[in-house]
Design a protein around this ligand. Structure first.
Ligand code: GLC
Ligand code: GLC
Length: 816
C-alpha cells in the first residue's frame, strides 16, 4: 500500500493522506539554519547545532507522535469551526490534502470547509530564517470571514537543558512584542547575543507569547482556547513556556486568494551592540529589521524560492543518469543525492530517530558521508576534511565524535574506535579523485586543534594507517579497541551494569580482541595510500604501503578466512567469531563486503565463495541481514550487539549501510545481476508499494530494516541519517553504473544487469561535462571506450586539455 507518489519532474514526493505510518519528514535549510518538517507540519528548527541553538520545541517519543511544529490554525468566524490545514494538531478531517516534500522545501496543501490553504515552507539561501508562505483561497460562492492563527513553541536554546532543568527554566523566559513582531530573548540579558523572531506580513488582530494563555489550562495543541474563541489574549510570557502566535483576520470574497507570510528567524547581534538604548534591556533591532521587512514581501519570497530551486538543480545536475530502471533513476538523480547532502548537514544529529541532543559529528560517519557528496560540494568537502583531520590525535587515532559548533573532539566519548582513523584516508582519496586538488595534502593541519602542532595533511594520513600497524593483536590482525565499524561489537566491554555505555566502558585492556573488518579496511586504505604516494613520487612510501597491504592480506588469509567466508573477529579469549565453529554469529556481512572491496579473493575464486555464502545465509527478499544465526541472548563478551532482540539493529537486522558493500563486492567479481538485485531489494522507491510494512519514508534510506528473525520482519527504522545514503550512492553510481572518478581521469567500468542494453549519464567532473552513453554489445563487462569519436584504450578517459568544457563518450560493454 502507498501513501503517495513520486513526482520526478518536480523532484518531489507527494503524500496524499496525512496519516502516514510514521511522520514522513523532510529538511529545511542547507547552510546554518535548519529545520525538520513532517508531512503534517511537525518538527523544529535550529541554528547550526540541534542541541545548543534550538529555536523551537519538539516532543520526541510522545503520544500522539509528532507533536510540536509550525502550526497554522484556520477558523471560520461565521460558525466558529476551526481546523489545521496541515491536519495536525487539530486532526479534523480535510476534504483534500497533499504534502509535497521537495529539495529543501515542503508544501502542505488542503481544502476544508471550502477554504483552500497552501503553505510553502523553506529557508532562503544565505539567511538564518524560515518562511511559511500561506495562500488562502475562498472556494465558496460567498464571502468568507476567516481567522488565521500561527503557533510555535520556543525552546530555551539548549534542547537538553530545556527538557530537564525546569526549576530554572520556568523562570527565565522573556519576550518582546514590538511593531507586530514577536521576539524570543530568553537569556539574552546575560551571556547570549542571539534571539529569535517571528513576524507576519499582515496587520495583526492580536498575538500571544505565553503558552497557557494561548492553549488554556489543561488543553492541548489540538484545541487552543484562543483559536476556539477566535480572539488572541495578547499575552506576554514571563517565565513558563514562551510561544509565538499571530492572529490575522481576513475577509475573502468568493474565489479570492490572499497570501500571508510568516517568518521565523534567528539573529545574532555584536556583543557590544546588544541593547537599544545601550543601557536598556531591549533588543537592538537595527540589523534585523531590514531582514524581516525583506522577507515579508511576496516578490522577495518568490525570488528566494526560485534561487533555492536553482541551487538544487545545480547540485543534482553534477550527476544525472537515465537507466532502464525508474527506481534507480529517481534515487540517483534526486533522492539519494539529496539524502547524502542531508547527512553532510546533519551527520547523525537531528531526525525523527535522533533527538538532536545526543551525538556530535561522528568521525567515521562524516568521513564516509563525504563519499556521497564530494562531487556536489567539493569546496565544502575540503573544509570538512580539514576540520576532521584537525581533531586527530597525535598518535594517529581519532576522537570518535566532534562538536559542530566548536569543531573540537568530544572528550566524553573519547577515542579508541580502531577503525576510525582509516576512514580519513578513504575520504581524502575520494576527494583527490574527484577534484585533483593535490595541494590539500600539503595543507598544515593541527592535531587535537592545538596551535603549533600542525603537520601537512599527508602526514595525518600516514599516521592514520600507522595507528593500525601499531596495534596488532596475537594473530597480527588489528586490535578492535572499543569497536570497529560495528559500534555494537564490543569485545572489550564486559558490561554487567545496566545503563553503562557499551561503547565507552572498557573493562578489558584490549590487547587480545582483533577485527578482520579493520584488517580489510586497512588493505583498502593502504592501497589508496600507495597510489596517493605514487602520485607524489614518494617511492619509499608507495612500497611501504604496498607491502603493508600485502602483509595484511596474508594475515587475513591466515587467520581471517574460514574456508567459505571471511571471519569477523577474535574475542578477548582469543576465540574466533563469524566462523563455522560458532553456533551463533557464524557469518557476518561486514568482512565479506570490505575484504572483497579491498580486492581479496577476487582473482582466485575465494571472493565468489564468500559472496555465495552471503547469498545463501544472509540474503533475504528485504535485503541482506548483518549476521546469522542471530544472537539469542546477551553475551557479556560480545557487548551491545547481543543486547538487541534477534533481527533488530546490529543483531541481524538488514543494516542497510552494509548492503552496498556487498553490491560493490559483487561488481568486483563481475556479477551485475546479483549486485543490482541487492540494490533493488533495499531501494526505498522500490519498497514504496509496501509502505504499510516498511513504515519509513519511501524516498530515503533507513538505517535498518527488521531482519528475518524479527517478528516485524521488513519494517524499517531510523530513516535519513545513515551512512547507507553515501554507500548506496557509491555502489550504484560507481560500482554498478561504473562511473568512477580516478586520480587520472573519469573511469567508465559498468557492471550492470545482463538484461540492460545500456544507459546514459551526464557527469560533471573537474570542470568538464561528460555526456556518456553506455551500450551493450554482448554478454560480459569488457569495456571499449570511444571519446569524441576516437577509440581510447583502457577504461579511463584521459583528462582533456584545460580548454575542453565538454566531452561525448560512448562506452561499449560486453563482447559480441
Ligand atoms: C550507526 C553509526 C555508525 C556505525 C553503525 C554500525 O549507524 O552511526 O557509525 O558504524 O551504526 O554500528
Ligand atoms: C547504538 C546503535 C548503533 C549506533 C551507536 C552509536 O549502539 O545500535 O547503531 O552506531 O548506538 O552510538
Amino acid at each position: 500500500m502507498k501513501y503517495g507518489h513520486f513526482d520526478d519532474a518536480a523532484r518531489e514526493y507527494v503524500i496524499t493522506r496525512p496519516d502516514t505510518p510514521l511522520p514522513w519528514i523532510n529538511y529545511l535549510g542547507c547552510e546554518a539554519y535548519f529545520g525538520l518538517i513532517s508531512n503534517t507540519a511537525g518538527g523544529y528548527s535550529f541554528y547550526k547545532d540541534a542541541r545548543l541553538r534550538r529555536l523551537t520545541r519538539y516532543r520526541y517519543n510522545n503520544a500522539p507522535y509528532d507533536m510540536g511544529g509550525r502550526y497554522i490554525y484556520l477558523r471560520d468566524n461565521s460558525d466558529g469551526k476551526f481546523w489545521s490545514p496541515s491536519w495536525m494538531p487539530v486532526r479534523s478531517a480535510l476534504d483534500e490534502y497533499t504534502c509535497r516534500h521537495g529539495m529543501g522545501y515542503t508544501i502542505i496543501w488542503s481544502i476544508s470547509n471550502q477554504i483552500e490553504a497552501e503553505t510553502r515552507y523553506f529557508v532562503p539561501l544565505g539567511e538564518n530564517l524560515e518562511i511559511w508562505e500561506l495562500t488562502l483561497t475562498n472556494k465558496r460562492n460567498k464571502t468568507a470571514d476567516i481567522s488565521a492563527f500561527s503557533a510555535v513553541e520556543f525552546c530555551l536554546w539548549d534542547a537538553w537543558d530545556d527538557s530537564t532543568n525546569f526549576q530554572r527554566n520556568f523562570s527565565t523566559g522573556e519576550m518582546e512584542f514590538v511593531d507586530d513582531v514577536i521576539y524570543h530573548k530568553t537569556e539574552y540579558r546575560e551571556r547570549r547575543d542571539h534571539f529569535a523572531y517571528f513576524a507576519c506580513s499582515e496587520k495583526l488582530n492580536g498575538f500571544d507569547t505565553q503558552r497557557e494563555a494561548f492553549l488554556g489550562a489543561y488543553r492541548g495543541w489540538d484545541s487552543p482556547a484562543v483559536v476556539e474563541a477566535g480572539e488572541s489574549s495578547n499575552s506576554a510570557a514571563h517565565g513558563w513556556q514562551p510561544i509565538g502566535s499571530h492572529h490575522v483576520k481576513v475577509q475573502l470574497k468568493a474565489g479570492e486568494s490572499k497570501k500571508i507570510i510568516f517568518i521565523l528567524g534567528y539573529h545574532e547581534n555584536p556583543k557590544d551592540a546588544k541593547f537599544d538604548p545601550p543601557d536598556s534591556q531591549t533588543i537592538n533591532k537595527h540589523k534585523v529589521k531590514p531582514i524581516i521587512a525583506k522577507y515579508l514581501q511576496v516578490k522577495n519570497v518568490e525570488a528566494a524560492f526560485v534561487a533555492l530551486r536553482d541551487y538544487w538543480t545545480e547540485l543534482l545536475g553534477k550527476l544525472q543518469v537515465n537507466t532502464p530502471d525508474e527506481h534507480t533513476n529517481r534515487m540517483v538523480n534526486i533522492w539519494n543525492a539529496y539524502q547524502c547532502m542531508i547527512t553532510f548537514n546533519m551527520s547523525r544529529s537531528a531526525s525523527y530517530f535522533e533527538s538532536g541532543i545526543g551525538r556530535g559529528m561522528g568521525y567515521r560517519d562524516s568521513n564516509q558521508d563525504l563519499l556521497g557528496f564530494v562531487h556536489m560540494i567539493p569546496e565544502r568537502a575540503r573544509e570538512r576534511i580539514l576540520d576532521l583531520a584537525a581533531t586527530q590525535l597525535i598518535n594517529g587515532g581519532a576522537f570518535h565524535q566532534y562538536q559542530s559548533l566548536t569543531k573540537r573532539g568530544n572528550n566524553e566519548v573519547g577515542s579508541g574506535f580502531n577503525d576510525d582513523p582509516a576512514w580519513l584516508v578513504l575520504a581524502v582519496a575520494a576527494y583527490l579523485k574527484e577534484t585533483g586538488d593535490w595541494v590539500i595534502l600539503d595543507a598544515p593541519v593541527q592535531y587535537e586543534n592545538e596551535d603549533g602542532s600542525e603537520t601537512p595533511l599527508y602526514e595525518h594520513l600516514q599516521r592514520s594507517l600507522q595507528y593500525t600497524l601499531d596495534r596488532l593483536g596475537p594473530n597480527e590482525l588489528p586490535l578492535i579497541g572499543r569497536a570497529d565499524w560495528n559500534d555494537c561489537l564490543n569485545l572489550n566491554c564486559f558490561s554487567d551494569t545496566p545503563g553503562q555505555s557499551f561503547q565507552t566502558t572498557t573493562n578489558k585492556d584490549g590487547k587480545v580482541a582483533e577485527s578482520v573488518f579493520i584488517a580489510g579496511l586497512f588493505v583498502l586504505a593502504a592501497k589508496e595510500m600507495a597510489e596517493i604516494a605514487g602520485h607524489r613520487q614518494e617511492a619509499g612510501e608507495t612500497t611501504k604501503m604496498q607491502q603493508a597491504a600485502a602483509q595484511m592480506e596474508a594475515t587475513i588469509w591466515k587467520s581471517g578466512w574460514d574456508g567459505k567466508w571471511f571471519r569477523r573477529a577474535y574475542d578477548d579469549f582469543g576465540h574466533v567469531l563469524g566462523s563455522k565453529e560458532n553456533t551463533e554469529g557464524q557469518i557476518f556481512i561486514e568482512p565479506q563486503g570490505i575484504c572483497i572491496w579491498a580486492g581479496l579473493g577476487v582473482e582466485d575464486g575465494r571472493a565468489e565463495l564468500a559472496l555465495d555464502s552471503v547469498a545463501k545465509y544472509l540474503a533475504t527478499p528485504h535485503g541482506i541481514v548483518l549476521l546469522q544465526p542471530a544472537f539469542s541472548q546477551y553475551y557479556l563478551h560480545l557487548g551491545e550487539i547481543s543486547s538487541y532482540p534477534p533481527g533488530y539493529k546490529e543483531n541481524a537486522s538488514i543494516f542497510c549501510h552494509t548492503n552496498p558493500w556487498i553490491m560493490i563486492a559483487e561488481t568486483k567479481i563481475g556479477r551485475g545481476d546479483q549486485a543490482f538485485d541487492y540494490y533493488t531489494r533495499i531501494n526505498p522507491s522500490k519498497r514504496e508499494e509496501i509502505s504499510e510494512l516498511h513504515k519509513c519514508e519511501p524516498y530515503v534510506y533507513p538505517q535498518m530494516i527488521a531482519g528475518k528473525d524479527a517478528p516485524t520482519y521488513g519494517e524499517a527504522k531510523n530513516s535519513w541519517l545513515s551512512g547507507t545514503a553515501a554507500m548506496n550512492f557509491v555502489a550504484i553510481t560507481q560500482a554498478i553504473l561504473g562511473i568512477q572518478p580516478q586520480y587520472d581521469g573519469l573511469e567508465i567500468k559498468p557492471v550492470i544487469p545482463s538484461g540492460w542494453q545500456g544507459f546514459e549519464v551526464v557527469r560533471h567532473f573537474r570542470n568538464v561535462r561528460y555526456e556518456i552513453s553506455v551500450s551493450r554489445k554482448g554478454a560480459g563487462n569488457i569495456v571499449s571506450l570511444v571519446v569524441e569519436g576516437k577509440p581510447v584504450p583502457g577504461t579511463i578517459i584521459p583528462l582533456p586539455t584545460w580548454d575542453v568544457r565538454s566531452l561525448k563518450v560512448t562506452a561499449y560493454i560486453g563482447s559480441e
